[in-house]
Design a protein around this ligand. Structure first.
Ligand code: KIV
Length: 309
């Protein structure tokens, strides 16, 4: 911390282009800066992002990690769940997010069945998300049973974020979107999963749909940051699907979602205004149009010109 402060002061005094570039670079979020946040008890912010413009807004606002979640299947592509999402979908959206985010740490979800068949396939697909999707890290759902896959991906120098608890790719096995880790045995299994993914080399773990007390115990026992969604406020950070927190996606309203802005309603209002003014012919007014510099006689000439003959 002390040396970090010193560097900032030095940059401020020097004011050179190189120093400014260094200052920008210093704001970049990495596995190391996120780990340091946990150590000093500073909460980590993560939001889902799927496109350039939204990623840029989030990055400019200072969100530290952007998750290109396979929730894009639901909120961007209109599927009922995340299971149909492909590697190509993830790569396409991840590239766009990376272009928009100068400083955020980009995590890209590994889609359903992209890491289940073999370790080799898991490593190859993780590699594609980094090489083609330009992600900094990949996320995969599952605990102890995926520890070998996590180890192999980490061995290939790709940071892995694990995801435990209510893992949406397993909704058919769970029988729906259900809170996990409620019983004593289920909580023990969850804790075992958390410790196993940490041991396998995961750099962070998302804990979804888990009682707050259990997520809190896990967060204290792990040295890597925990990112909660529906897991209480004792995790080291939080993540939300941005369409949920902006009230843009009405198909599902999980209890853990807090609406931070009624953007859906604001968008609808703007669309209605556009329709009204366009239908009335009041849009575009002169302010939004280009005026010709031609003389009135030239305009009249053009008006009477008949090119068909
Ligand atoms: O796909 C996603 O958006 C996620 C979050 C819900 C954590 O995995």
């Amino acid at each position: 911390m002390a040396s970090g402060n010193f560097k900032c002061q030095f940059i401020h005094v020097s004011g050179s282009a190189a120093a400014k570039e260094k200052e920008t670079k210093m704001k970049k979020h990495t596995v190391t800066t996120l780990q340091a946040q946990k150590q000093r008890g500073e909460k980590i912010t993560m939001l889902t992002a799927y496109d350039y413009s939204t990623a840029k807004l989030m990055d400019e606002a200072g969100v530290e990690t952007l998750l290109v979640g396979d929730s894009l299947g639901m909120v961007m592509l209109g599927y009922d769940d995340t299971l149909q999402v492909t590697m190509e979908d993830m790569i396409h959206h991840s590239k766009a997010v990376r272009r928009g985010a100068a400083n955020a740490f980009i995590v890209c979800d590994m889609p359903f069945m992209s890491y289940h068949i073999s370790i080799e396939q898991a490593v190859a697909n993780a590699g594609r998300l980094v090489k083609e999707g330009l992600a900094h890290a990949v996320k995969l759902e599952g605990g102890i049973e995926f520890a070998p896959a996590i180890e192999a991906i980490v061995r290939a120098s790709i940071p892995v974020v694990a995801h435990i608890g209510l893992t949406p790719q397993s909704i058919n096995a769970f029988g729906g979107f259900k809170v996990q880790g409620k019983s004593r045995d289920a909580a023990i299994k969850l804790l075992g999963d958390a410790l196993a993914v940490e041991k396998a080399g995961a750099c962070m773990v998302v804990i979804e749909g888990v009682p707050s007390e259990i997520a809190s115990i896990i967060s204290q026992k792990l040295t890597i940051p925990t990112i909660g969604i529906g897991a209480g406020n004792q995790c080291d950070g939080q993540v939300l699907v941005y369409q949920d927190m902006l009230d843009m996606y009405g198909n599902m309203k999980p209890k853990f979602v807090k609406v931070f802005g009624h953007v859906g309603a604001a968008m609808k209002e703007a669309f209605a205004g556009y329709i009204e003014e366009t239908k009335a012919g009041t849009f575009p007014s002169e302010e939004y149009a280009f005026a010709s510099k031609l003389e009135a006689a030239d305009l009249e000439f053009l008006n009477e010109l008949n090119l068909d003959k």
